[in-house]
Design a protein around this ligand. Structure first.
Ligand SMILES: [Zn+2]
Length: 358
């Protein structure tokens, strides 16, 4: 992200040349000069299995149509249905990876860790073996409504499964019990805390907005922070506290699915990115959080750069001077004067126009 004016020449789906503006050979795309270009946006937390209710959506609706060329499904499926999710993704234009829910039933219920018998380590290991190129980690939702009376046991089982398979954990946090003070110390380097800016009780900041000691210790161990905005998990108050104390920014993700896409407060990746601009992060920091930083976590640096010889994987967007009202998961509002709009993507050798509200 440097604001330089360039031409990118694409041949056979690959980047053939990057030159000064006006110097590139070939036919330009219509109506895109003057837009920004980054490597294709990566959304680290989505729900891409459409038949699930409430946490489901169509892959390309939350992917390429939003300017997002790569999604990571955050545990919609466990061992029982992961094969179906992966089969769906092969019919989509959006590239997909997945966190495997440690509960074999996935989000077919929203209390998927309330019965320990649903955590079937042997089935999970078979799924991981069968789909190792898609599965990038394990998902464990550790909050009261999900674990019921199981307490920390699901997280301890997730930790064992992580040890056995070498896969990191993505841990969803929210209302307790379990107490956040007991959850975070169980996380290790490369594990992800998603929803780290949620504003419910049991959050990661004290009453004055200082990050809790368990959080700063986790950051020192190399634990990764992911936004996971969602219907209920992004608070401007927390995000402002995090910004003030230099906590993050690592990856920005939406936790998008049909309901919060159509009715808010998520709407789109561009809307979530605009919120981070409004918090005072630079355009570069904001875009890095959905490109290079996500690609680095995935261990796929080619997804986070624009380089001659690589497959063309690009997002085109504008930054418009426009007054916009933004809303968080608590119903709090902020007014911003700059708005990111996704215009199109190049992926799989094709230009696809975005169809989404900003
Ligand atoms: Zn989610």
């Amino acid at each position: 992200m440097n604001g330089e004016k360039i031409d990118i020449v694409i041949e056979d789906g690959k980047i053939a040349e990057i030159t000064a503006a006006g110097k590139g050979s070939g036919q330009p795309l219509n109506n895109i000069s003057g837009t920004y270009v980054s490597s294709g946006w990566i959304d680290m937390h989505v729900h891409a299995f459409p038949e699930l209710d409430p946490y489901g959506d169509e892959i390309d609706e939350i992917g390429v149509k939003q300017g997002v060329t790569t999604i990571v499904d955050a545990g919609s499926c466990g061992a029982d249905r992961i094969a179906d999710l992966i089969a769906d993704s092969k019919r989509a234009k959006t590239k997909m990876y997945a966190f495997l829910n440690i509960s074999r039933i996935g989000l077919s219920r929203i209390d998927e860790l309330s019965r320990l018998k649903w955590i079937d380590k042997e089935q999970a290991k078979l799924a991981i073996l069968a789909y190792e190129e898609f599965i990038v980690g394990l998902k464990a939702r550790i909050s009261r409504s999900v674990v019921g009376d199981s307490g920390l046991k699901p997280l301890r089982l997730a930790r064992e499964l992580s040890g056995d398979t070498g896969l990191p954990l993505m841990v969803h946090i929210g209302s307790g019990p379990p107490d956040i003070q007991e959850v975070i110390p169980l996380l290790q380097r490369k594990d992800i805390i998603t929803h780290y800016l949620h504003g419910k009780t049991n959050n990661l900041f004290d009453a004055e907005g200082h990050p809790l000691r368990v959080l700063t210790d986790a950051l020192a161990r190399g634990v990764h922070l992911d936004v996971g905005h969602g219907t209920a998990s992004f608070s401007f108050r927390m995000a402002e506290a995090a910004k003030r104390h230099g906590v993050g920014l690592h990856t920005i993700s939406t936790d998008i699915y049909r309901g919060n896409r159509l009715n808010g407060p998520v709407y789109s990746m561009a809307n979530v990115l605009t919120k981070f601009l409004s918090l005072g992060y630079s355009l570069g920091e904001t875009i890095d959080a959905v490109t290079s930083r996500a690609a680095d976590w995935l261990g796929k640096p080619e997804l986070g750069r624009i380089q001659v010889g690589d497959a063309a994987n690009l997002t085109l967007f504008t930054l418009d001077d426009e007054r916009v009202e933004l809303v968080d998961s608590e119903g709090e509002r902020r007014v911003a004067n700059r708005l990111i709009k996704a215009k199109g993507v190049v992926t799989g050798g094709e230009y696809i126009k975005c169809e989404v509200r900003a």
